[in-house]
Design a protein around this ligand. Structure first.
Ligand code: SF4
Length: 368
């Protein structure tokens, strides 16, 4: 298949195996180190597998982000979004404002609101419950995708509830699905550098698997390009692959390239200045080869990559272009300059121009 490229025979063998049956963690590490012709072959292999397993459609969703507060007791070294309560620019949206924005989102065509916020000192799981019940009471037909595993963990501990009790309560109140954020890199040594106050790897897995078990699907993510090495990335993907084998409740995988510009760990000289484009392409390609159709949907984040490069990453194994995003504050605070709203027609233009088929979806990847 790759004869004309004349690539290293060992990489060729791994790629042949990847297409036919799948790859081990060790093989994935080797692929993550490819350059030149081998990198080109890796991208071709991931794109071929994507075409075989999920076809030519590129999905996207009309959604709206609501980041209800940036006041946070956390200390994540990559975060340029958080503020202390008395900092300039600190804000907290009350429930009325959240409802107002949800109504606006709905009017604008959104089928999902994604609600996340900082770890505000005065909130607990009952505040999350209030948000959900209040939205569902007024706008019953919008999908609420809300609260990261860290927020669930924090809300549970502030309310003297277990993670399971918290999740059950929130599901009853209207939580339809959760973002699998706060994963960063699932390795406790890396976490002790970039997010020492955040939940551990085992705790993240516990929140996610508990959500899956009670019937709340989640996405999964990986934020890469800061202090981790290639092996950490693959260990992270392997953790996600194993969770999915047990629960089948991940709807999609979203690689999140590190936005370094305003991140404290970069400003202090602790982290790398993000990734290069080749590294991003390798993450997309290797994740497709590792996940195959176990995690069927791999999303490119146009907010972080920029629309043009996001389009290119769709040629390296990905099949989803994310959301229209009415407002987005977290990446923007981190230095992303690619805007915070995009119309469906612009996303569709990017997809068609690539020779692929646009398809509007809901949060659970049902066609609309
Ligand atoms: S990433 Fe989230 S938890 Fe961490 S400091 Fe920022 S807002 Fe707080």
């Amino acid at each position: 298949m790759f004869e004309k490229l004349k690539i290293n025979p060992q990489i060729e063998e791994i790629l042949q195996k990847a297409i036919k049956t799948g790859i081990s963690k060790e093989e994935a590490v080797e692929l993550m180190e490819t350059r030149g012709k081998e990198l080109k072959a890796l991208i071709i292999a991931a794109d071929m597998l994507r075409e075989d397993l999920v076809g030519e459609e590129v999905t996207y969703i009309q959604n709206w982000n609501i980041n209800f507060t940036n006041i946070c007791t956390g200390n994540c070294g990559f975060c340029a979004f958080r503020k202390d309560a008395y900092d300039e620019g600190a804000y907290f949206l009350g429930i009325d404002e959240i409802i107002k924005r949800t109504k606006k989102a709905k009017q604008d065509g959104a089928v999902e609101v994604c609600i996340q916020g900082g770890l505000h000192p005065n909130i607990d799981a009952y505040f999350y419950e209030d948000i959900l019940r209040s939205i569902k009471a007024e706008i019953s037909d919008i999908h609420i995708h809300a609260f990261s595993p860290m927020e669930i963990f924090y809300g549970a501990s502030k309310s003297d509830l277990s993670v399971k009790e918290t999740l059950k309560m929130l599901k009853d109140a209207g939580l339809d699905s959760m973002p699998g954020t706060a994963a960063e890199i699932l390795n406790d040594d890396v976490r002790s550098i970039i997010c020492p106050g955040k939940l551990s790897t085992a705790q993240w897995i516990d929140v996610i698997e508990t959500a899956h078990k009670i019937g709340v699907p989640t996405t999964c993510t990986m934020m890469y390009g800061h202090v981790e090495n290639v092996k950490h990335r693959i260990d992270h993907l392997e953790i996600l692959r194993n969770i999915q084998k047990r629960t089948s409740r991940f709807t999609e995988f979203v690689p999140l390239t590190f936005m370094h510009l305003n991140a404290p760990i970069y400003q202090k000289g602790i982290s790398n200045p993000g990734t290069t484009g080749a590294e991003d392409l390798k993450v997309y390609a290797v994740s497709r080869l590792m996940f195959r159709d176990l995690i069927k949907n791999i999303q490119v984040s146009w907010v972080k990559l920029g629309l043009k490069f996001a389009q290119i990453c769709l040629m390296a194994g990905a099949n989803d272009l994310g959301g229209t995003l009415g407002e987005e504050n977290i990446s923007r605070a981190a230095g992303a300059v690619h805007g915070n709203y995009i119309s469906p027609s612009k996303l569709e233009r990017m997809i068609r121009n690539l020779g692929r088929i646009p398809a509007k979806r809901d949060t659970l990847y049902r066609h609309l």
